[in-house]
Structure formats: C-alpha cells, structure tokens
Design a binder for this molecule. Structure first.
Ligand SMILES: Cc1ncc(COP(=O)(O)O)c(C=O)c1O
Length: 478
C-alpha cells in the first residue's frame, strides 16, 4: 500500500490550487484597481460583495472617478510628450460620445476641460441639452464626424448659425461641403477626414470613411480655397485597429502627416491634426501597452516630419472613446447553475445574456477582464460560461491571454458564485441598445453609478432599475 510520509503530507497541504493562487502565480497581483480580502474582490477599493448584497445581479456599474483619471492621464502624457521635444502646438482632448452617451458619463468627462466629438444628428441634440443645462459653453470644440444625412447637416448648421463658434464639421465626402454651404451662414471652420488604408488582413483596402488621399489637395484647391465662408482648419484620420506600435500604424501616420504638410503649403488656415481615437484599454491582467511611449513617439514623429518639410507643427486633437470610459465599467453576474454536458464541458450558466449585455464578446470576440467576486479561496476549474438566450452563440469561453477560462468550483446552485467582467464601460449599450427589446426578451440589467464624496468615501446611486416586462411589451405593441 502506498503511504504518504510527513513531508509529502506537508507538501499536499501547501499545494497551491486555490483560485487566488492561480491569479497570483499568473500575474502581478494585486493591481491598481483589483485586490482581494478574505476571498472577495475589491474594485477600486470597493467591496464588490457589498454592492451585490445591496443591488443584486445582474448589475452594470459605472465607477465615475476612473473617467476623470483617464482623461487627466492622457492629457499629462501628451503634454509631457510635447514638452520633451519642445513641440509648438497645443493638445486638445475630445471625448467621442458614441462610446457611451449616458449623461453621467459625458458630464463626468466634461469636468476635465475637454471637447466633444459627434457622429450623428442626435448627438447635436445631446450637446444642446448639455448647453441648456449650463454644463457647457458655445466655445467648446465640437468635432462632427460621420457620413452626414440632411438632419445632421441641418443640426450642425443650426449650431453654427446660433453662435457655436468652434463647431468643426469634418467632411466625410466632398458633397457634404455643398450641403453645408447651403445651410450655414456664418464663417465656419471645417476639417477633412482622410480615408485611411485598412490593415492588410482586413476585407477592404481603403476605409469607406473619409476622402481618399489623392483627392484631398485638389478638392481643397477647387472648392474650399476660394470660399469666403469656410476655412479648412483640421485634417482628421482614424485608424480602425487603434493606436498600435506596428508598422501599419506608423506608416499610416506618416502618410497622414505628409498630406498635412502638402495641404499646409497651400492652405495657411490649416493648423490642426486630429489623430482620432484608438488608445486601447486593459482587457487582461497582463498589462503590455506602453501609453507614454506611444504618445511620445506620435508627437516626436509628427514634429520631425513637419520639421523636414518646413511646416509648423499642428495642434493635436484626439477623440478617445474606449480609453475615456471603458475602464470605468463593470458587469456583474451570478452563476445560477452548473451544466455538465459531457466529460469535459462544464457550463456555468449566468443570470443574463452575453449577447445582450456585452455584445462585443459575441460580435467581435472582444475579451474583458473576467474575475470571480467571491470564493477566491476555493479550488478552480475550467468552465464555459453560458448566457440565458437560446442562441448557441451566447457564450464566453476564452480570456485575452488564454484560450480557456478558469473559475472557482461550486457545488451546485445552492452555492452562489458571482463573477465580474471589468472595463466594460464603452460601446456595449450603444451596440446592444438600452431598454429596448432584446434577444429572447432578456431584460437590461440594473445600472448603478459609483462615485466618491469630498472625503474620498465611495457612494452608490441607482441609475436604472432592471428593465420590466411592461417596457418591452409596450414597444412590441401589446
Ligand atoms: C472618428 C472616430 N473617432 C474616435 C473613435 C473612438 O475610438 P476609440 O473608442 O477606439 O477610442 C471612433 C470609433 O469608432 C471613430 O470612428
């Protein structure tokens, strides 16, 4: 018979197979926003179990202070980058409203002396609502992107005609210039969006958004130069894949700055380069993005290219969406039950749907940081997460850093496990919708806001209750 001696017994007792061991062995942990006390997770020092006890699940959370700290961080990074190379232009931070239109998000962002970027007609109504509330003034830069239908053109024109001196429509195509000309009466700054080349592995060569490189200078010379109403102030470019340290990004940036220099030589009003959004967020506990380096490299490259061409360096605008709001969000579920469907596939069924609450996990296989809220002292096992719709695509089965997920073991449904997806604050409601009808009539979760008071103590506030059946039936005509 095999006997275990005292040494082996000590070893077995010390075996590190708890969930917390898995995390501590795989990552630097704790991290800035995550720590664990007595087997339970704290997000920004807030005990998540207390929040769950108060509000239940499924639950969406917005932690407002993160929005301001992200904006301040980006401003600091770009200003430091500019100081390092004695850059002559200014830096302007715009928030791109499409990443989260909620009033509490936009209002928090606006506490940080920023500007706004819009994508459609209703965005202009949103901005006017902020103005009516006295939250913003008419001198804010309002960068109007997107392909413009009549209502968008009219709303932009009304803004400008009503005193918004820094509204800057960015021409997405050449005909928009004539459309704007018909409605706008006041002298107006405009911009042009460059149609960037797509990444080589993408399905198209050139972005459908913007005006092709080779058309920009001739278009300016033929149409805009002679205008007494419009002055071309900004060149805009946005790279779909975000700001990455790869040859594709640096190549597109260089092409864009080259067009800027060509244009500047014939267009003295031009003084700003908008490099769009695309700063990434943390979607794994492995942090490998060097934000400072990227900001410094972008600024240094723009400066050096402009110097070579004898062109004054432009003011820089950014329009960070995910970076502003993504890391403020969390989505909390309860595991309702376990389903063991064969020897290897063990499903944890959550109390909501991935397709309706985190649509990017389904649409673009986006990964978010996934952590249990309780049971960090339990052993872990490999699982698949299943959502509540009947759609076979309603699942989550991999992390950004691993093609699998591991969570604490539970006995059965009497043994509740809570899990959190973190940094889910950008785009999820814009894409899935909020409060409408949803797949299999899964209700939108309760949404709470967490903020800090003047003493640095956190407090929570209910923004919206879980959606009711009545609201859905009404939409459906019952
Ligand atoms: C023109 C423009 N600017 C900014 C953004 C924001 O990008 P991100 O959320 O990656 O910062 C987008 C996103 O689609 C965009 O199209």
């Amino acid at each position: 018979m095999c006997k275990i001696n005292a040494n082996q017994l000590t070893y077995i007792c010390e075996m590190k197979n708890k969930y917390i061991d898995l995390i501590e062995q795989s990552f630097e942990f704790p991290q800035d926003e995550f720590k664990v006390i007595d087997g339970e997770l704290y997000f920004h020092d807030i005990p998540m179990m207390d929040v769950i006890e108060q509000y239940g699940t499924p639950l969406k959370i917005t932690y407002l202070p993160k929005i301001s700290s992200q904006i301040q961080r980006a401003k600091r990074m770009f200003n430091v980058a500019m100081a390092k190379v004695d850059y002559k232009g200014d830096y302007h931070y715009c928030y791109c409203t499409k990443s989260s239109h909620f009033s509490f998000v936009v209002e928090e962002a606006l506490k940080n002396d920023i500007h706004l970027e819009t994508s459609s007609a209703f965005d202009i109504n949103l901005i006017e609502a902020l103005y009516d509330e006295g939250i913003i003034g008419q001198d804010l830069y309002i960068i109007c992107n997107g392909f413009k239908k009549d209502t968008y053109i009219e709303n932009i024109a009304n803004m400008r005609n009503n005193g918004w001196i820094n509204v800057i429509p960015i021409l997405d195509n050449m005909t928009e210039f004539e459309d704007l000309d018909l409605c706008i009466k006041e002298p107006t700054k405009i911009g042009i969006r460059i149609a960037a080349e797509e990444e080589p592995k993408f399905e198209f060569y050139t972005s459908r958004l913007g005006i092709r490189y080779s058309d920009i200078v001739p278009f300016y010379m033929n149409k805009i130069k002679e205008s007494t109403k419009f002055s071309l102030k900004m060149l805009h470019f946005f790279i779909n894949t975000g700001i990455r340290d790869n040859a594709y990004y640096w190549n597109e940036l260089a092409k864009c700055v080259s067009v800027y220099c060509d244009l500047k030589q014939v267009c003295p009003d031009l003084d700003s380069l908008n490099i769009g959004g695309g700063f990434p967020i943390k979607n794994s506990l492995i942090q490998d993005y060097e934000y400072e380096y990227m900001a410094e490299e972008i600024i240094a490259q723009i400066k050096s290219m402009c110097q070579q061409r004898g062109v004054p360096e432009p003011n820089i605008f950014t329009e960070f969406g995910s970076f502003t709001v993504g890391e403020s969000g969390a989505t909390i579920f309860q595991v309702l039950d376990i389903k063991q469907q064969n020897d290897r596939e063990r499903w944890y069924m959550v109390d909501s749907s991935f397709m309706t609450t985190l649509p990017d996990t389904w649409g673009i296989k986006q990964r978010f940081i996934l952590l249990p809220i309780n049971k960090w002292d339990c052993q872990y096992q490999r699982v698949f997460l299943g959502g509540l719709t009947c759609d076979s695509q309603d699942y989550y089965n991999a992390e950004a850093h691993a093609n699998a997920i591991f969570l604490p073991t539970i006995k059965d449904r009497t043994d509740p496990l809570y899990i959190g997806f973190f940094h889910t604050g950008a785009y999820q409601e814009s894409i899935a919708g909020f409060g409408g009808i949803q797949h299999c009539l899964q209700p939108a979760p309760k949404h709470i806001i967490i903020d800090k008071d003047e003493n640095g103590e956190y407090f929570t506030k209910l923004f919206s209750k879980e959606q009711t059946y009545k609201s859905m039936l009404k939409i459906l005509g019952y």
